[in-house]
Design a protein around this ligand. Structure first.
Ligand code: ZN
Length: 71
């Protein structure tokens, strides 16, 4: 199992929804959750989500998905 963005690295987590894996750096940078705003039935058991749900990236994606409304 190798990282999606770093094929030379071993992955430490895997997105069950998208069936892709990521290394520690990607997890730390919150590049691992491909769709933090969409519905995911694996979320309750997802390490990626647990680490990224309060990240800046997620808030940014959420704002963008609302089309900048409420600013
Ligand atoms: Zn990586």
């Amino acid at each position: 199992m190798k990282c999606r963005y770093h094929p030379e690295r071993d992955a430490i987590v895997r997105c069950e929804k998208m069936e892709v894996a990521y290394c520690e750096e990607c997890l730390d940078n919150c590049e691992a959750c491909t769709d933090p705003c969409g519905y995911c039935k694996f979320r309750t058991q997802c390490i990626i989500w647990e680490r990224c749900k309060r990240s800046e990236k997620r808030y940014r994606l959420e704002r963008e998905s609302r089309g900048g409304e409420g600013s």
